[in-house]
Design a protein around this ligand. Structure first.
Ligand SMILES: N[C@@H](CCC(=O)N[C@@H](CS)C(=O)NCC(=O)O)C(=O)O
Length: 210
């Protein structure tokens, strides 16, 4: 199994889960600007979507979409319970969180990286887009902050792959200059996640931690 990743991108979420599950895997980094992998391959030929993460399966097939990779990995080791058992209400509650993170948080915060590319000729429009997006994100981050006032993890006391996904996306706040001090319970969740050995291992492998 091989994970294609870019340091600190959403691909860090499946990277953390691979470590949490203690799976054996290869990881190859991708330069998203040039679309070249660290071994010199053209990433567009591997994944025509051009984005990370992607997971080369043992049969040679390629799986894409972060939330789907997370579910696939959890299903390889159901005993580790990083995703509640299929068919239970908890399973769908966890998928509800993953879908919320993918569509509202990942794509919302992620669009801020693209502001200058979207309005290359107009710095004012890029700035206005960022201000409007940050305002929209404030409602979502406040909602999450309220959740973490009474819960250690998205699923209450049970740590799941959805937490790894949220942690990675919120980690972008330092690059996007989102003031996390406004969301103290979310900040505490981030600190809790940083304490997990698997999180630290994956971050070290991506060169994000010493
Ligand atoms: N729908 C994809 C989107 C993944 C995505 O947005 N990846 C970003 C990094 S976080 C990326 O590769 N961007 C570069 C590009 O798409 O060219 C998923 O959920 O996995």
């Amino acid at each position: 199994m091989k994970l294609y990743f870019s340091p600190g991108a959403c691909s860090l979420a499946p990277h953390i889960v691979l470590e949490e599950l203690g799976m054996s895997y290869h990881a190859e980094s991708v330069d998203l600007a040039s679309k070249k992998t660290s071994s010199g391959k053209d990433y567009n030929q591997i994944n025509p979507k051009g984005s990370v993460p992607s997971l080369e399966l043992n049969d040679g097939g390629l799986l894409t979409e972060c939330a789907v990779l997370l579910q696939y990995l959890c299903d390889q080791h159901p005993d580790k319970e990083l995703l509640p058992k299929a068919g239970t209400e908890a399973h769908y509650r966890c998928l509800e969180w993953m879908n919320y993170i993918a569509t509202e948080i990942h794509k919302g915060l992620g669009s801020l990286f693209a502001a200058e590319r979207m309005f290359p000729q107009n710095a004012e429009m890029a700035r206005d887009f960022k201000i409007a997006t940050l305002k929209m994100m404030d409602q979502k981050l406040s909602f999450l902050n309220s959740h973490f006032k009474t819960s250690d993890y998205l699923m209450g006391s049970q740590y799941t792959a959805a937490d790894a996904y949220l942690f990675v996306i919120l980690g972008w706040s330092k690059w996007l200059k989102v003031d996390m001090s406004k969301y103290p319970s979310l900040f505490a969740f981030m600190e809790r996640m940083m304490g997990r050995p698997a999180v630290q291992k994956a971050m070290k492998k991506e060169g994000l931690l010493q």
